[in-house]
Design a protein around this ligand. Sequence first.
Ligand code: OOG
Ligand code: NI
Length: 437
Amino acid sequence: MGSGGFVEQWQLRAAFARSLSDMYGVEVPAYTTLLDVSHEVNADVMAQDPDAAQRLGSIDRVTAERHGAIRLGTPAEMSQVARVFGAIGMHAVGFYDLREAATSAVPVVSTAFRPIEADELAKNPFRVFTSVITPSDRRFFSEDLQHRLENFLSRREIFGPELLALADRAEAERGLPGEHAERFLQLATAVFELSPEPVERAWYDELEQVSAVAADIGGVGSTHINHLTPRVLDIDALYERMEARGITMIDDIQGPPRWEGPDVLLRQTSFRALAEPRTFRMPDGSISKDSLRVRFGEVEARGIALTRAGRDIYDRVIVEAKQLYAERGVTTAEGRQEVLRELWQRDFPSTEDGLAERELAYFTYSPDGARTPIVYEDFLPASAAGIFQSNLTSDGAKDTTQEATVLDADWMAGALGRDLNDPFDLYAAQQQVSLAP
Ligand code: OOG
Ligand code: NI
């Protein structure tokens, strides 16, 4: 990055993704194994058929591609992170209600920050799934706990004034001069580093009774990156190779099944959260060492973006599949994949032509009529819930007799103090522009 020259937003974004990746590799060595195996798998897929391998993005894009996941505590923190991401050309897209999508207690609502223009995505597609805790939701938090939690969160400072000032400048000037860029990256990366500060044992444990996610967010005075996810071109091959290296993966690959037709949306899996050493302050004031299991490694394969009609089919099939698992007594990952495959063969066209004809997926068209699929850049609530849940050590407590607090896309936009983009609108606009440039 050097001093001197002007660093554009996309360069800052790419450098931030690299910097987080370097840090996370030091903190969670299994992540480095995941990267190695991803590179191996991608190289093998490229060697077999480079055109097919790059149908949904150049190998350079895919190799650099990561998504991060972070979890914050307050609307104010959300508006601050929006400034930091705005500085590097990442905008809020989509609303996810994990409170509803998860059966165990996951008291958060989320959005994703990412570039929204095709050329920016091609330069570097870094995206961050960003969740905020919901203390006002009585299904999880009593009035007393809500107030203590909000109090605790209001006293912490995650994003300092120097970082925010640099962020605002980068957003206004669409980049930063070299030496400021360096400083911005250093400060922004440090925000997501695991803090050595002792965790208050009693407070952490009280929140953990409600939800491990609540403790991870509200039990500490800082935040950290929860996972960083590389993109792989064959997730089934990756899964097998990780297990062969002795890393225990969660049971399932979430999302669509492997099948003979086009890949759509997103397939994800993860390795189990690892015990990381942490320091605790005990109620008697003494300091002790223990460990926490919150951070894990995830990997994903991306497919074509579905239209609303295509997504409706997806959502229905996922619900039906769950009913079938129960009816047929299916209890293995393999069995679940078979059920999904059967439903896919019944409900999804087996070719890109079929997807395009039935307007189930988005494509761009060049003047000579050639059609290119638009890659899905977002997340899936059911998969996100599955990933959250499979990495929780307990279900926590959710009192379903209580009323849910309404926290929706409008609430999220208000918290951010910015527009919340609708993913379908973005894909549709991209398709439209290619048809009538
Ligand atoms: C976020 C879980 C969601 C994904 O890829 O769906 C997610 C979290 O664990 O904080 O990252
Ligand atoms: Ni993720």
